[in-house]
Design a protein around this ligand. Sequence first.
Ligand code: SF4
Length: 870
Amino acid sequence: MTIKTTCAYCGTGCGVLATPTPEGVEIAGDTKHPANFGRLCSKGSALGETLIAEGRLLTPQIGDHSASWDDALDLVAQKFSQTIAEHGPNSVAFYVSGQLLTEDYYVANKLIKGYMGTANIDTNSRLCMASTVAGHKRAFGTDTVPGTYEDLEEADAIFLVGSNLAWCHPVLYQRIAAAKAARPHMKIVNIDPRRTATTDLADFHVQLASGSDVALFNHLLAQIAERGAVDQSFVDSHVNGFVDALEAAKQSDPSVTGLDAETLEAFVDLWINTEKTVTVFSQGVNQSTSGADKVNSILNCHLATGRIGRPGMGPFSVTGQPNAMGGREVGGLANMLAAHLDVENPDHRAGVQSFWNAPTMPEAPGLKAIDMFNAVESGEIKALWVMCTNPAQSLPEADRVRAAIEDCPFVVVSEMFGSTETAQAADVLLPATGWGEKTGTVTNSDRMMSRQRSIMAPLGESKHDWEIMCEVAKRMGWEDAFNFASPAEIFREHAALSGVAADFGKDFDITGLAEISDADYDALEPTRWPVSAKKTGGRFFADGAFYTPNGKANMLALTHRAPAQETSDEYPLRMNSGRVRDHWHTQTRTGMSARLTRHMGEPYLEVHPEDALKYGLKPAGMAKVSNQHGSAILRVLISDKTRPGTVFTPLHWTADTSSHGRINALVTANVDAVSGQPESKAAPVSVADFGAKWYGFAVCKSNLRPNADYWAKAKLPKGYQYELAGAEIPSDWEAYAKDMFGLENADISIVTGANAASCRVAFMVDGKIEAALFTSQSPVSIARTFVTDALDDDVPILAGRPSADQPDPGAIVCACFNVGVNTILNAIDENQLLSVDAIGEALDAGTNCGSCRPELSALLAQTNLSTAAE
Ligand code: SF4
């Protein structure tokens, strides 16, 4: 039977059809889901490969020992009760996740705010879109995305700001690409300090200086007024603060953007002259100490022109996480109550307290993520419950956060995996269900609520997060309030509570679903909120009705501010961090798919050629990246995609998947004063050549921790691959390899090279390759796809490449059809392929999920350029 569910990853919120078969779970895009209409990206397509038991936490643990659920839950309830009794409610905290379902989130919020009596609940969504929440609330009086995904197709110009949509929201990128192909006059502009895969679709790239978005949009606002493009009627009737905002914009100096006059002019011309304009923004805007101001600088321009909430126009925040929006709806942030109500408003507090019949209600916002872990470090928080996230890895200054969690008197972690850094520090570890087992709802970036449905029974003894919390709440004495029997029951209460918010004039109103039956909840089709007698679905604000005290939107007077921490002689470069195409967060799920790990097998440092020269970095060498908070060792990728003075590195590698890839250890915990969101894209760092004396590449059927100064691990169909480097050359390669692989009794073939750093060793068991190591004094140049495919086979491997009559496909570009870069380049050359579609016809590459289409396009451009140069 095919089950309709929703993807586990980004905020696009694609509908998925999951069909259990004897071999596993087949995954396809849901052609009827309005977010994706059947499309899925590489990550979504590989969801079935991640439904495996490997690494799963199957039973509760107290300390190092397995425990019964009763003992674990009793201990959690007793410790939280005792801590609150002895130190007050603000001595406890929950740190939760945008990957929880709305029903889980609802119970967490009710438990800690209404019953434990503190607002100390925050979420990893704080790292993702808190600046947008703050910007929306300041401008609109409510945290509401005005538009819908259809606007991306109806727009005549789309400005993508700080958003690598091609890799981070691939299906939205594909929708835009398809719209542009159908309506070629549609213009795309990419505004980003870095040239990314998204830039390939753009008509032009606005490569502004890091953190200068406010100056850019202030310049636009000033030009909107200068060129008579203000919608005066809309402004007069529906906007506060226009004059002050414009005056501040006029004072703003566009030169801080570092853009030449021509680029600025082209940007301003296109924006002003295209009424149907959508400005899409994401983490490049949000993850900044001026993130809320950046958001408001964009909203200012849309308000001044009245381009909001109408088809094909408006500001559009895209969220990074699958249920960041659902978390916002139930009050999952420390400064919010449920249903978009405010903690600080006594009437709102009384309304929610009365609805919940709750004994208590905090009167002040709780601690936001960074402050929460500072309070853990200082000892103010004495009992911490982390659900479905890994702050010891993902928060800024991650080494300090990890130490703080380790020192916290009582830490509970509800998790699928026991190996995460945070789980390792837990006093009580509770096995939680994950995607494929959970059931409930999520809300995507355009307010669409969709069902996640279970495909399989929970593994081991794992329980749903809402069940775990209800069990603890009952043990703390709140049996009646947490006697939920199902997610449907929780959803009904959540929908009914939105009626309280509606009575206060709030827009998050889903009272139309408050009496949904279990059967209708099970069958619930994707539904965009609001859902009430007054309004269902649609866009917001075209009518000029906002949710501020006088019903008008607020334009804000804004001033450009540079990132909080200046670069210096000691730390002269700015480190930008972000996602890669085929991984998600800390790889706990995507890392299980050998198909996905083939795209990027290790963390890297993208550095401009001028900086590489200046700091002595070699192509594919190893760089040491450092600052006062930590250090990392990363593969060097020299590229002019990044601006001089900045470097880029992906955020997905943990202590479990790399020796020195935890780049969040270097991200400085400076936050936006309004939103509390940390500045994850501007950490000052130094870089230097690591000084590797040898480089290595290994494959092994076993999961190892290699004995090398640098290593990075990636899953293969029949084992693992390891990129390696070392500061000292081992004196005996055979002994080194035996030690690393733990293969004392296997048959060995070994070839030593011309120098002490060069060696090739293969270990055979029963005539099949069990492991192999290739080392060299320069970055290892072998056919990696051939070597990884040779594992557990009986082919001659030591040459490191196929025999002359067999082609080397090269690094995998198309993960769906396993098509390598060499295969693609050869096909382009031999068949004179001129388009991505032609490559698809020849090789299938790019014809399934489409995530690799920007890379295929780049390869075509590269080939055309090289042809032109000949
Ligand atoms: Fe999942 Fe990809 Fe869709 Fe995002 S774009 S929801 S990761 S399938």
